[in-house]
Design a protein around this ligand. Structure first.
Ligand SMILES: N[C@H](CCC[C@H](N)C(=O)O)C(=O)O
Length: 276
């Protein structure tokens, strides 16, 4: 079958977006792996599917698949691209759209400077719901990775994140520690691994080794999780600029029970068709 797709990225975290409303097709893991393959397919970090919602009072359903084929709960950079896609394809005339994801409903808004503002919902800090094995909820936790004891943050944005503090992201052991931490036994659903350098109370630098992908140029939910962890640890103010290798995001969190607001760009690169 020929599938129409749109290639997009959010700060270099790249996506293949497929409209499964006008194209009836059931994506299976091996399809995802072929589409995501940077040599034998199109190439991307994640595949995003646009679907009809299953819940009332929601505009669209947004399904997210990591390059390895696994379906995941949430994707921040993907959410911004999803909003841009819906707007550019004129699939809605609304300024704000409600989107159903595995992690729950998120609200997307296209701002005047073509950036996208996303209400990512409230973060989850209860270890049991991340999920993360720990006696009690804490601002940070001891975690032994490859024989080194780290003090890490653990946060879910619908998907699990562990945040490792580093003095300099440029020399952070992402390639060595990322894959080991991703599979750590205390994260039963594996985990996205963030390496966070606090520059000042309003600024961090971040690199992320993503679950099911590897290091990406940016991770939206990773940026949200890192800021939440830094605020909980008393290191950051409520509005933070997050500098990632692919660019910068604005993240805002006013505290427990409040949603995390992420604002940043979304870019369409090209359209195409793939025989699948
Ligand atoms: N790898 C993530 C999903 C994509 C998240 C990322 N691309 C973002 O922008 O949030 C996971 O397995 O939870």
């Amino acid at each position: 079958m020929q599938l129409r797709f749109t290639k997009m990225h959010g700060l270099g975290n790249d996506f293949v977006v497929i409209d499964l409303i006008t194209q009836r097709f059931k994506l299976k893991p091996h399809h995802i792996r072929k589409i995501a393959d940077r040599h034998f397919g199109i190439g991307c970090d994640q595949v995003l599917a646009v679907e009809i919602p299953t819940q009332p009072d929601v505009d669209f359903r947004y399904r997210i698949y990591n390059a390895e084929g696994s379906e995941v709960e949430q994707c921040g950079n993907g959410a911004r691209c999803f909003a841009r896609y819906i707007r550019d394809k004129r699939l809605t005339g609304k300024e704000r759209i409600k989107v159903e994801t595995l992690a729950g409903i998120i609200e997307l808004e296209i701002t005047e400077n073509r950036h996208v503002r996303v209400d990512m919902g409230a973060p989850v800090l209860d270890p049991k719901r991340i999920p993360f094995t720990a006696e009690n909820q804490a601002a940070d936790y001891p975690l032994a990775v490859n024989g080194v004891e780290w003090r890490v943050g653990a946060v879910s944005m619908g998907n699990p994140h562990v945040i490792l503090p580093v003095a300099d992201v440029d020399t952070a052991p992402v390639a060595e520690v990322g894959p080991i931490a991703e599979q750590h036994s205390r994260f039963p659903q594996r985990v996205n691994v963030g390496f966070m350098q606090v520059v000042d109370r309003d600024t961090i630098k971040l690199r992320v080794f993503e679950r099911g992908v590897g290091e990406t140029l940016a991770c939206g939910t990773g940026a949200c999780a890192a800021v939440v962890s830094g605020i909980v640890q008393g290191k950051l103010n409520p509005e933070v600029t997050v500098h990632l290798p692919g660019g910068s995001l604005s993240i805002e969190w006013q505290g427990a029970g409040q949603p995390v607001i992420m604002t940043g760009p979304a870019t369409t690169v090209f359209e195409g068709q793939i025989q699948i």
